[in-house]
Design a protein around this ligand. Structure first.
Ligand code: ADP
Length: 535
């Protein structure tokens, strides 16, 4: 067979053969025969030398042609060592003429093929090597695809997985460069280079992006000489992206290569889907665990909260009964007042529990809306809240006499909850500033304290029912983690919004809410967004 007649078919790269042969004559003849068929040949004079070549990472050898009769380490021993190499090259055994036993043993030991040194065998050799190469290449590609499929399936780290996929396409398509662009769902959307391999100069980010931005006429592939871009298959709501590869413009892309590129694009999509699902599941599990923890703490807190005033009531009543004849009138009145205050605490607590039960059932409060002078209404609340305020300093800005449309009782509860927290979460006597400000059709009320503040990482959680910061639980600060969830709902049914601002210096927090100045006709959303801002 002449080299020209050799069918190199879909082969797109240079076959690199390591010839292991001790006879210099054979080395020369074999090398010439293979080079004429367009193959690249490296020569080793012994098995030991061959192992050294194979061990060095800069020689990418596809096939080893092993002469059976090598000095010292035999060809058969070398074959065993080559076959045992992970991702190693394929091996072809060259045996003496009519050595059928040797052939059987070579094939048993894992050789891809064999040739015997019969007359004219050098003419046959390129075809044998070519066939063996195809087999080797197929095995390698299948192995690589299987490995990547498994990786994609187990993927939790997107960057790492897409990095491997892009390196994989580079390797199997033998490109000079490969780039994966993902469209980030921003406003306006933008492309991000999620992974790249190969030489940056062979495909710049801008060139890749230009390919990615082109519409694929009817299909998913955009093709230019030396460039191929495959748009990722996208299911509903999925992130879009494009895989772009580049190599020399001399060779056209084969159908098989386009198909392979599509497979890799599908891998990237799977990885994206898989990682998103894993993150979603992780988030849900974390949320569920948090809810379970919060509820467990809630039961403990509530029992404690109910027991504290009850114990006080029991204690004071017992003192009055036991020592009635020895107590003066003033002390008795003081004890009765204390009983009254604790009973009021209990009542407030139970009202809140009933409200939170309603909230949990999804029942909405029906507000009795009226026009209220904001400043005076808050001032009245503050007078009623004197027992809670104690020796804290509360400043209410005089403000203009702003009017709001609100439910007097719900507004009082909102102020009571925010004020209670401002006092509770300040070590020592608190300083609290309440300010009001007109904003279009709303008025914003801010309750600013200078207490222990809130960790920005926790800020989004404070309005969730039952959630309490670790220190509130650990240091047994009174409360059950329902106050702010109720504040949010009370404000929502009055068509307002709530949020918290965390001052940059970490001193305290500023809880705010808005109330409309005119009746709002549309229904308020069931769970309005809470706005968290860190200054
Ligand atoms: P409670 O105060 O009963 O625990 P809340 O729903 O009122 O429940 O508040 C939830 C959590 O938010 C509190 O446990 C606390 O960790 C945090 N928090 C609320 N208000 C403040 C504040 N003013 N300063 C610091 N942390 C606060």
């Amino acid at each position: 067979m002449t080299p020209a007649a050799l069918d190199t078919g879909a082969r797109t790269d240079l076959v690199r053969v390591l010839l292991v042969e001790d006879s210099v004559d054979h080395q020369m003849l074999t090398k010439r025969a293979l080079a004429r068929a367009g193959m690249d040949v490296i020569v080793s004079g012994s098995a030991e030398e061959a192992l050294e070549v194979l061990g060095s990472s800069d020689e990418d050898v596809h096939l080893v042609l092993i002469d059976h009769g090598l000095p010292r380490m035999s060809g058969m021993d070398l074959l065993e060592r080559v076959v045992a190499m992970p991702d190693g090259p394929g091996a072809i055994m060259v045996t003496a003429a009519a050595a059928s036993e040797m052939v059987v043993q070579s094939m048993r030991n894992g050789a891809v093929d064999f040739v015997s040194k019969e007359s004219g065998y050098l003419d046959l050799l390129p075809a044998v090597v070519e066939r063996a190469y195809r087999q080797y290449d197929l095995r390698r590609r299948t192995g690589e695809l299987q490995r990547l499929a498994l990786l994609v399936h187990r993927s939790t780290d997107l960057e790492e997985t897409v990095g491997e996929v892009v390196a994989g396409i580079s390797k199997l398509l033998r490109t000079q460069a490969a780039v994966l662009l993902l469209e980030e769902p921003e406003d306006p959307p933008r492309w991000r280079v999620a992974a790249r391999s190969g030489e940056p100069a062979a495909l710049t980010d801008d060139e890749a992006q230009a390919m990615a931005s082109q519409e694929a006429g009817g299909g998913d592939i955009v093709e230019e000489p030396g460039r191929l871009a495959v748009h990722l298959p996208v299911e509903l709501d999925e992130q879009t992206g494009t895989l772009v590869v580049a190599r020399s413009a001399d060779r056209p892309w084969l159908a098989e290569e386009r198909e392979l590129a599509r497979t890799f694009a599908a891998y990237v999509s799977s990885a994206l889907r898989h990682v998103r699902r894993a993150a979603l599941e992780g988030g849900l599990i974390e949320e569920l665990q948090q809810t379970i923890r919060a509820r467990r703490d809630f039961v403990a807190s509530v029992s404690h909260e109910l027991r504290t005033p009850l114990t006080s009531i029991g204690g004071y009543a017992e003192t009055i009964v036991r020592r009635a004849d020895r107590l003066d009138e003033e002390t008795k009145m003081d004890l009765v007042e204390r009983i009254g205050r604790n009973a009021a605490d209990l009542e407030r607590m139970i009202d809140q529990l009933i409200d939170v039960a309603k909230l949990e059932r999804g029942t909405r409060f029906t507000p009795s809306l009226e026009r209220l002078p904001l400043h005076d209404t808050i001032a009245t609340s503050l007078r009623d809240l004197q027992p809670i305020i104690g020796d804290a300093e509360v400043f209410l800005d005089a403000g203009a006499q702003l009017e709001v449309v609100a439910d007097r009782e719900l507004l009082h509860r909102v102020i009571a909850n925010l004020l209670t927290n401002a006092v509770k979460y300040t070590r020592g006597p608190a300083r609290i500033d309440i300010t009001t400000e007109a904003q279009d059709a709303y008025v914003e009320v801010v309750v600013r304290d200078h207490g222990i503040g809130i960790d920005p990482a926790d800020a989004a959680l404070v309005f969730q029912p039952f959630w309490r910061a670790g220190y509130a639980v650990a240091q047994a600060v009174r409360g059950a983690g329902i106050g702010l969830a109720l504040v949010r709902e009370y404000v929502a049914v009055m068509s307002g919004e709530v949020g918290v601002r965390l001052p940059a210096d970490g001193t305290g927090s500023a809880f705010w809410f808005t109330l409309p100045t005119e009746p709002v006709t549309e229904a308020s959303p069931p769970s309005p967004e809470v706005q968290i801002t860190v200054d």
